[in-house]
Design a protein around this ligand. Structure first.
Ligand code: SAH
Length: 244
């Protein structure tokens, strides 16, 4: 009996130290990912004259376990700076693009933010570390449900996930200090601008799916008045519409 207990305890320690070694590996991989993001941002500064990605956003990227948001068979690639398939023909975005879009949205701790295109839930998790409330909409039910469960299991209490077409936004959750759209469409859905507060920003890939799109920042400067700038070229999955 004693021997069995001792063996069980030993197995427990071995398992715990394996898990700790894996955690340490992921911590190192995340640190390397953040360095890559910073390096890309430096190159970008040369082009755009912007100030690089804020320390808060980089810290959120360093803390968030991307390997839990990708399918198990892609876990070894979780911290490579590349998009990965998440099923249903969709992808989790490249980490640099997630960091860049979050930075461009200029989110602050008191903010309420809308995301269209929950996908894996990774972008929502990054936002959840930075703002008060995240509302995110996903059109593919199984993806939205999986993301909602994962976010809940991981203890993200300030994210609400809704299944549906995000074109019309989510007025009951807003108004929003920022909106991030993670799927490509040829125009910005007007309801999303309406639900944005004055002074708020919407970040979205504008252009046809299947080609490169213009990563666009729209600032609402007054009711009915916006200022638009294009900050780069990106490639996103299509923004689809539900028939109704
Ligand atoms: N932000 C996600 C990226 C997901 S890819 C992440 O961090 O993993 C874009 C997602 O947008 C896909 O899951 C796709 O199903 C979803 N999508 C496309 N059109 C949509 C729409 N009209 N409303 C809501 N979600 C949409």
């Amino acid at each position: 009996m004693m021997k069995e207990l001792a063996l069980l305890a030993f197995a427990g320690i071995a398992f715990a130290s394996e898990a700790a070694a894996e955690d340490a590996k992921y911590v190192r991989e995340r640190a390397a990912m953040v360095e890559t993001i910073q390096a890309y941002a430096q190159i970008d500064i040369g082009f755009s004259g912007s100030e690089g990605i804020s320390a808060d956003v980089l810290e959120a990227m360093r803390q968030t376990k991307r390997h839990l948001f990708v399918p198990e068979r892609y876990r070894s690639l979780a911290y490579a700076d590349r998009p990965l398939p998440i099923g249903h023909d969709q992808t989790i975005s490249q980490p640099f693009i997630v960091a860049q879009m979050t930075d461009l949205a200029e989110v602050r701790s008191g903010h309420t933010v809308l995301e269209i295109g929950t996908g894996s839930g990774y972008q929502a998790a990054i936002l959840a570390r930075l703002v008060r409330k995240v509302c995110t909409i996903e059109i593919i039910r199984p993806l939205g449900e999986t993301a909602a469960k994962l976010l809940e299991d991981l203890g993200y209490r300030n994210v609400s996930v809704r299944i549906g077409d995000g074109y019309k936004g989510w007025p009951e959750c807003g108004p929003f200090d920022a909106v991030i759209v993670t799927a490509a469409l040829g125009h910005v859905p007007p309801p999303l601008i309406e639900q944005l507060k004055v002074g708020g920003r919407l970040v979205m890939p504008v252009g046809s799916a299947g080609a490169t799109q213009r990563l666009t920042v729209i600032e609402k400067i007054a009711p009915g008045e916006t200022k638009t700038r294009v900050v780069g070229l990106v490639r996103f999955v299509p923004f689809t519409r539900s028939p109704d």
